[in-house]
Design a protein around this ligand. Structure first.
Ligand code: 5AD
Ligand code: SF4
Length: 439
């Protein structure tokens, strides 16, 4: 979502005469868009700011002022702390106020001190942002599109409800208009974004509330959008209607990010996830019944307060049962202000390390196994660019792996059948089956 937000900040600043540059040394304004989800991400902000201070000083010596802004969830959560530790920062803005950036830039130019805006405004920023312009990827064939933000679920470990705010959905008309513009500019593969994307409940033209499956059916009507994805979903909002959309819509890609976090019911309860491990297994069963080629990715946390060896073994068992094509796993990180941070029975660091290693080894095995099942198969690949080797072009599989083939450059932008011949560590190679575009 920060990638999408950064592109929108760039859109909002363009009318003021700003354009993106490659290096911070050449920039009149530097915006750090930050993440607060784990301690490591948040700490990185301060080390990065230290580097930017040197750039600001060097440029000042040459007579060029530099505006430094900190955006995103660290700004939201630690605005005052940022100004205390890095007084050379000019602007601090939360994720819900970046439509006000032009005003903040003007105020920063006038004001002696820093400008800070970490409100949760009543207005929706999407109603105030200019139309999307900045291409997010070369050739603009793939794109993110935020449709929902924030979260009311309050998992024990998570800062999102405090940093991104309450769950809120973007209006249907605004989403559809942006999707159409993207499709017209050549986007083929779109990823709908939200911290709880499948809890989407956007307001339609006549005040009716649309859910995610209804939105997906409408998006599938847009010419050119041949691939639709959404993330991140919560198991509790994986409704039957959404599962049926996976049956009905070939555009909905057979690859779903569905974080489960843990496989022990005791830990799931402590985490306030609101479902059991078996309920998760059941959702997966239903999804695979309607879309047998559906692959899953997930997020895991090891070492949540109170997690025992037995609990951890239940996570390993869930992984063995479900089989994931891809997964992200993390050591539990204490986040200020969250219920789990102050909970008793914090798990020692070395125990988290051991569990993380075991889990990651199993997940790596499953990722390799999944990729191995694709060797010999033929499926559509959306070609997005040139490959690393001469004569190669590269694209995305329906499951998001990079796929390399030998082929002419003019095929970039097309979706073509490829037969996979080999599995590499994090990608696949194959050969073009025919040079006809996938309908
Ligand atoms: N510690 C470790 N991982 C976390 N995540 C969220 N909060 C924490 C935390 N405090 C992970 C979850 C979530 C992903 C985006 O980040 O797995 O799904
Ligand atoms: Fe965080 Fe997701 Fe839980 Fe919301 S549902 S609190 S975003 S982990």
């Amino acid at each position: 979502m920060n990638v999408y937000d950064s592109a929108r900040m760039s859109d909002v600043l363009r009318p003021l005469g700003y354009q993106p540059v490659d290096l911070p040394d050449a920039a009149d304004m530097i915006i750090l868009n930050t993440c607060h989800i784990r301690d490591k991400a948040a700490e990185k902000v301060f080390s990065e700011l230290g580097r930017l201070r040197l750039i600001k000083e060097a440029r000042a010596a040459e007579g060029h002022p530099t505006v430094i802004a900190v955006a995103g969830c660290v700004a939201q959560a630690e605005g005052q702390e940022i100004l205390r530790r890095a007084p050379y920062v000019d602007i601090v803005l939360g994720p819900q106020t970046y439509h006000r950036l032009p005003e903040m830039v003007a105020r920063a130019a006038r004001a002696g001190g820093a400008v800070i805006d970490t409100d949760f405004p009543a207005e929706q920023k999407f109603d105030f942002l200019p139309d999307t312009e900045a291409p997010q990827t070369p050739g603009n064939l793939t794109s993110f599109l935020t449709i929902q933000e924030g979260c009311d679920k309050f998992c024990s470990f998570c800062v999102v409800p405090y940093t991104r705010g309450a769950e809120s959905s973007r209006r249907v008309a605004s989403v559809l208009a942006e999707a159409r513009r993207m499709a017209q500019s050549g986007v083929r593969d779109i990823t709908l974004l939200g911290q709880n994307v499948n809890a989407y409940h956007g307001e339609g033209e006549n005040g009716e509330i649309w859910d995610l499956p209804r939105l997906a059916y409408a998006l599938a009507e847009i010419p050119g959008l041949s691939r639709i994805r959404y993330m991140t979903s919560h198991p509790r909002d994986m409704t039957d209607a959404l599962i049926e959309a996976h049956r009905d819509l070939p555009q909905l890609m057979p690859f779903l990010h569905l974080p489960v976090q843990a496989g022990s019911d005791r830990v799931l309860t402590a985490m306030n996830r609101g479902h059991t491990a078996d309920e998760y297994r059941e959702i997966v069963r239903k999804l695979r019944a309607v879309r047998p080629d559906l692959a899953l990715s997930s997020d895991f946390i090891v070492g949540h307060p109170g997690e025992t060896d037995e609990d951890f073994e239940a996570t390993m068992q869930l992984v063995r049962d479900v089989k994931f094509a891809l997964a992200y796993s993390f050591k539990y990180s204490q986040r200020p202000g969250t219920p789990a941070a102050g909970a008793p029975l914090q798990v020692p660091e070395h125990v988290k390390d051991t569990r993380l290693q075991a889990l990651q080894a199993l997940l790596r095995e499953q990722q390799d196994e999944f990729n191995a099942t694709l060797v010999g198969k033929t499926f559509p690949v959306l070609f997005t660019g040139e490959g690393r080797k001469p004569g190669q072009i590269t694209g995305r599989s329906p499951w998001l792996q990079p796929v390399h083939v030998l082929g002419p450059r003019h095929l970039i932008g097309q979706e073509l059948s490829v037969k996979i011949t080999e599995r590499l560590t994090n990608s696949l190679s194959g050969e073009l089956v025919e040079e006809t575009e996938y309908a």
